[in-house]
Design a binder for this molecule. Structure first.
Ligand SMILES: [Zn+2]
Length: 310
């Protein structure tokens, strides 16, 4: 309890940021601010081929526009690539993969995505290669972690309640190293959080299964700290047809919203609305912070909203 709250916002530079990203960043910043914690900017740029300079630039431009301050992390693209890029951390990821492999929890897999789609209704990997003992040295294969049936992990919610997730059901045997040799998101994400000392994660409810995967990996890597991390899984902002926003969100991209509204007031108000807070009077980020803070102190519906699991 005495440890300082450390959180991060973790955009992926593979398209323009959208309203859903802004909501996640603002909610994270509000919660960190409320707990007098520290906020780190982490850019998930591991997927080299899908990272483009315009998307990287977009992250810094929109964060500044939204007025979101962070305590550590890159101040711009140049510093990102020099110092903070996940590309500079490959050795750490690779060490983790080797230690997982040595502990006997991994196996190599030759299945393609379309093969898996045909075999599995749930989308979870059906375990086809589990007993094949394929060669880890074959660089055309992915590596999967074996998740035994009925494997549960637990985590703490915002108010320190314990939630349990069945990892085998949520994720199945998931990929830790992709066929193209790049460490999978689940592995890189948990390794980065461990490195940064993250103990508080705010993410969309669509990442519920990822939470399970990452906690499981931390456990396999014998990390004693990560299980104490508190997680908030928030609802997602959807478009008019109720679909989750994507990186090609068009009119709801922050770039477009900025051209339309000029100031971020509309976004602050949308954020308050989504959190069921009074929004009409909000003109600045400080206004939003005040409204948020007073709702948190009243321990009313807002806390319930943050406690909602999936
Ligand atoms: Zn396979």
């Amino acid at each position: 309890m005495s440890q300082r709250v450390t959180s991060r916002i973790a955009p992926t530079p593979s398209g323009l940021l959208h309203l859903g990203n802004a909501f996640n960043f603002l909610l994270t910043a509000l919660l960190v601010d409320f707990q007098d914690g520290q906020l780190h900017l982490r850019i998930d740029d591991l997927d080299g081929p899908r990272v483009d300079a315009a998307s990287v630039e977009d992250i810094f431009v929109q964060l500044e526009w939204l007025g979101i301050d962070y305590d550590s992390g890159p101040s711009g693209p140049e510093e990102l690539f020099k110092q903070y890029s996940q590309q500079t951390q490959m050795e750490r990821y690779s060490d983790a993969l080797q230690s997982l492999r040595k502990s006997g929890t991994l196996y190599a897999c030759e299945c393609s995505r379309s093969e898996i789609r045909q075999l599995s209704k749930s989308g979870n990997y059906p375990g086809t290669c589990r007993l094949k003992e394929l060669d880890f040295q074959n660089d055309k294969l992915s590596w999967r972690v074996h998740v035994p049936e009925q494997t549960y992990v637990s985590f703490k919610t915002f108010t320190h309640k314990t939630e349990k997730i069945n990892v085998s059901q949520a994720m199945g045997d998931f990929v830790v190293k992709r066929r193209d040799g790049i460490p999978a998101y689940q592995l890189a994400s948990v390794m980065d959080d461990l490195e940064l000392g993250v103990n508080f994660v705010v993410r969309g409810e669509d990442l519920w299964a990822s939470t399970a995967a990452q906690l499981f990996l931390a456990q396999c890597l014998n990390d004693p700290v990560f299980p104490a991390t508190r997680f908030v899984h928030h609802r997602l902002i959807t478009d008019n047809s109720g679909n989750k926003l994507s990186k090609s969100a068009g009119a709801l991209s922050l770039k477009m919203l900025r051209e339309k509204h000029h100031t971020p007031v509309w976004i602050y108000q949308e954020t308050a609305k989504t959190l069921q807070l009074p929004f009409e009077g909000i003109r600045t980020l400080d206004n939003l912070k005040e409204v948020f803070r007073s709702a948190m102190l009243q321990k009313n519906g807002l806390l319930t909203l943050l406690e909602q699991g999936k």
